[in-house]
Design a protein around this ligand. Structure first.
Ligand code: HEC
Ligand code: HEC
Length: 240
C-alpha cells in the first residue's frame, strides 16, 4: 500500500506532462515541480501529529543535504519511502536537488512547548555551549555554528527540528541502529559519549528554541574540528 503510494508520487515528480481530459497538459519542468513529492513531507506545515518526525531541510547547507541524499540512495541511512524515490537518481541530479532545497526559504515551525526542570536546562546548555572536555565532547555550537544554524558546506543546523527527530538521530548513532549508525563519523563518536539523560535534555532544549539566522561560513570552524569531521566535510566534493 505504502509502496503504491510512493510509486504514484514518484510518477508525479518525474512526468513532465499529464493527461487531462484526454489532452496532454504541459507541466513546467522546473525543480519546484519535480520536488513536489518531497514537499509532502518536507514542507513548511506545522509539526503536529504524524508529521512531527519529518525534518526541516530548506535552508540547510548544500553539501550536507547532498551527502544525506546519497546516504539514503545508497542505503547508508535508512528510510524506505525516500530510498524508493531516490533509487535511480544520479549524483548530479541529487546535487541539483540539494542546491534547490539549500536555497529554498520556508517559514520555520513554532518551537515545541516542552516543560524542562532548571537542572535539565543547565545540563543541556552546558553541553551545547561548552561541551564536556573530560569525555572529549566539544561544544555542540563549535561545530554547528554559534547560533546553531549549521556551518557551510556540510554541518547541519540543529534548530527547527522536532524533539522526536533529534532523539531518534542521537539514538541511531548511539545504538549503531539502521537509521544512521552505519558509518562511524565525528557525530556518532560524540553521540556515543552522551548519557540518556544528556541526550534527552539536549533534544528537549533544541526543539523548544525559536529559529532564526543562516548557516555560518566554513572559516568559523577550527582546523582541529574540521579535521575531526573530515569524512563528512570532504565527501561532498570539497569543503572549500
Ligand atoms: C514520506 C515522507 C517523505 C518523503 C516523500 C520524502 N522525505 Fe525526506 N525525510 C523523511 C524522513 C522521515 C526523514 C528522516 C529519516 C531518518 O530518520 O533518518 C527524511 C530525511 C531527509 C533528509 C535528511 C535531513 C537531515 O536533516 O538529515 C533529506 C536531505 C531529505 N529527506 C530530502 C528529501 C527529498 C529531496 C525528497 C524528495 C525526493 C524527500 N526527502 C522525500 C520523509 C520524507
Ligand atoms: C566535531 C564537530 C561536531 C560537534 C562537536 C557536534 N556535531 Fe553534531 N554533527 C556534526 C556533523 C558533521 C553532522 C552531520 C553528520 C552527517 O553528515 O551525517 C552532525 C549532525 C548532527 C545532527 C543531525 C541533524 C540533522 O539535521 O539530521 C544532530 C541532531 C547533531 N549533530 C547534534 C549534535 C549535538 C547535540 C552536539 C553536542 C553534544 C553535536 N551535534 C556536536 C558535527 C558535530
Amino acid at each position: 500500500m505504502m509502496r503504491c503510494f510512493i510509486l504514484l508520487v514518484f510518477f508525479c515528480i518525474t512526468c513532465v506532462a499529464n493527461v487531462h481530459g484526454g489532452t496532454p497538459v504541459e507541466v513546467p519542468d522546473t525543480m519546484a515541480e519535480r520536488v513536489k513529492a518531497c514537499i509532502i513531507c518536507h514542507g513548511a506545515e506545522d509539526k503536529v501529529g504524524r508529521d512531527a518526525y519529518y525534518p526541516r531541510i530548506a535552508g540547510k547547507p548544500q553539501g550536507y543535504l547532498f551527502n544525506q541524499l546519497r546516504n539514503f540512495r545508497d542505503a547508508r541511512r535508512y528510510y524506505q519511502p525516500m530510498a524508493i524515490l531516490l533509487e535511480n537518481m544520479t549524483d548530479e541530479y541529487l546535487l541539483e536537488i540539494a542546491q534547490y532545497f539549500s536555497a529554498l526559504q520556508l517559514p520555520y515551525p513554532a518551537p515545541e512547548q516542552i516543560h524542562m526542570q532548571p537542572e535539565e536546562i543547565k545540563l543541556a546548555e552546558r553541553l551545547i555551549y561548552s561541551g564536556n572536555p573530560e569525555k572529549n565532547i566539544p561544544a555542540c555550537n563549535a561545530c554547528h555554528g554559534d547560533i546553531l544554524m549549521g556551518v557551510e558546506p556540510a554541518i547541519p543546523g540543529l534548530l527547527g527540528l522536532s524533539r522526536a527527530y533529534i532523539t531518534a538521530q542521537l539514538g541511531g548513532w548511539r545504538n549503531g541502529g539502521i537509521m544512521r549508525g552505519q558509518t562511524a563519523d565525528c557525530m556518532s563518536e560524540i553521540a556515543q559519549q552522551l548519557t540518556d539523560e544528556e541526550a534527552n535534555a539536549i533534544a528537549k532544549w533544541l526543539a523548544s528554541q525559536f529559529v532564526s539566522g543562516k548557516p555560518s561560513p566554513f572559516s568559523v570552524l577550527s582546523p582541529e574540528l574540521a579535521h575531526r569531521c573530515s569524512q563528512n566535510i570532504l565527501e561532498n566534493g570539497g569543503a572549500k
